[in-house]
Design a protein around this ligand. Structure first.
Ligand SMILES: [Zn+2]
Ligand SMILES: [Zn+2]
Length: 358
């Protein structure tokens, strides 16, 4: 037997001896307790930031797996974790089934969807009634899923996921052929607790800007893709709507009226236009963009991005709330403007863009 194999079987023996002992049960309970208390503290930080901004929005995670597919927890446990994380709604999106809906219906604001493992990209569907079976043609499947029901279709983890699933460029390039508008995750928290951000997310944000620069209307999403219960709510969408019912939330999501975050809160507007909207100003007229951001743990920096380039940076100087006004004369050429904010501990939030066309 090789040394590696021997070590592995020794570890297995030790683990089976440990499991069921008081020490194991106590340490398991202790780690759960630590995670729970961390999430509750984190939820308080976000609630305080929300108060600082003085705006109403609802927090939701739209991509979660339970034991109905390859998740390691039940719908009831997902709801418990969502409450601890301070989420207002969740969508349970198991892979090849929507049978989780029978459990989801037992709880308020626990809705369902599906994430069929279409090829070469998975397919995110929320608010669906029927189970979707992919045909093998991703572009066709994406279109069919979007048009056959009231569902919202999104591209999950468009560049791969943590720790080591990386999509090849040809696979990523396929997304340039998707008919817009569409939704795409720019942050995916799969296999992560406490901190959802990794290299695939940085790549997905870059991809998002490239797609936007091509003139595509692409709405960003941030979802945990939780397979372990403590992943629920590691990243979320802050949705601006009147009431946290499924109809209003879905409508706001469809229109891009939300931001993506793992802690700070942020919003952008241009006159009466809200984030996600398209404005059609007269050539030569001046547009005024207003951005507000908050984080009760302190802001590091607020950035304004136009056509993939940072055009303004505002240092947070450890303040908890920042406002930025930007005026821009419309020269007739289309552009998009979006804002992002980083907290002192590097947590971040992204607005959906405002699209300006002639
Ligand atoms: Zn997936
Ligand atoms: Zn998933």
């Amino acid at each position: 037997m090789s040394a590696r194999k021997a070590a592995r079987s020794r570890a297995k023996r030790l683990k089976s001896r440990l499991e069921g002992t008081e020490l194991y049960l106590a340490s398991d309970a202790y780690s759960r307790l630590c995670a729970d208390s961390w999430y509750r503290r984190h939820a308080k930080r976000i609630a305080a930031s929300k108060k600082l901004l003085g705006l109403g929005f609802y927090r939701g995670d739209c991509h979660i797996h339970t034991h109905y597919s390859d998740g390691r927890f039940t719908v009831a446990q997902a709801k418990e974790a969502a409450d601890a994380a301070g989420l207002d709604f969740i969508f349970i999106t198991d892979h090849a089934t929507t049978d989780q809906k029978y459990d989801c219906r037992k709880f308020s604001r626990v809705w369902w969807g599906q994430e069929p493992a279409a090829f070469p990209h998975h397919l995110g569907i929320i608010g669906t009634q029927k189970t979707f079976e992919p045909s093998g043609d991703f572009l066709k499947d994406f279109y069919t899923a979007r048009t056959t029901s009231q569902a919202l279709t999104f591209v999950p983890h468009p560049t791969g996921w943590f720790p080591n699933t990386r999509y090849i460029p040809e696979q990523i390039d396929l997304l340039y052929q998707l008919a817009d508008p569409f939704h795409m995750e720019i942050v995916n928290g799969a296999n992560q607790f406490f901190d959802c951000w990794d290299i695939t997310d940085a790549q997905s944000v870059q991809l998002w800007d490239r797609l936007l620069c091509k003139g595509k209307i692409v709405y960003a999403m941030g979802n945990s893709d939780a397979h372990m219960v403590h992943g629920v709510g590691s990243v979320w969408n802050g949705v601006f709507c009147d009431r946290p019912n499924k109809r209003s939330v879905m409508q706001a999501l469809h229109q891009g009226r939300y931001f993506v975050s793992d802690a700070p809160v942020i919003t952008i507007s241009a006159g009466r236009a809200k984030m996600g909207q398209t404005v059609r100003p007269r050539r030569g007229s001046t547009l005024t963009f207003r951005i507000a951001a908050a984080d009760s743990a302190g802001i590091y920096q607020l950035r304004l991005i136009k056509n993939g380039r940072v055009i303004k940076r505002l240092a947070g100087r450890e303040q908890k709330r920042l406002h930025l006004t930007h005026r821009e004369r419309f020269a007739g050429r289309r552009f998009y403007l979006r804002a992002e904010v980083s907290a002192l501990d590097a947590r971040r939030a992204f607005t959906n863009p405002i699209f300006v066309v002639g």
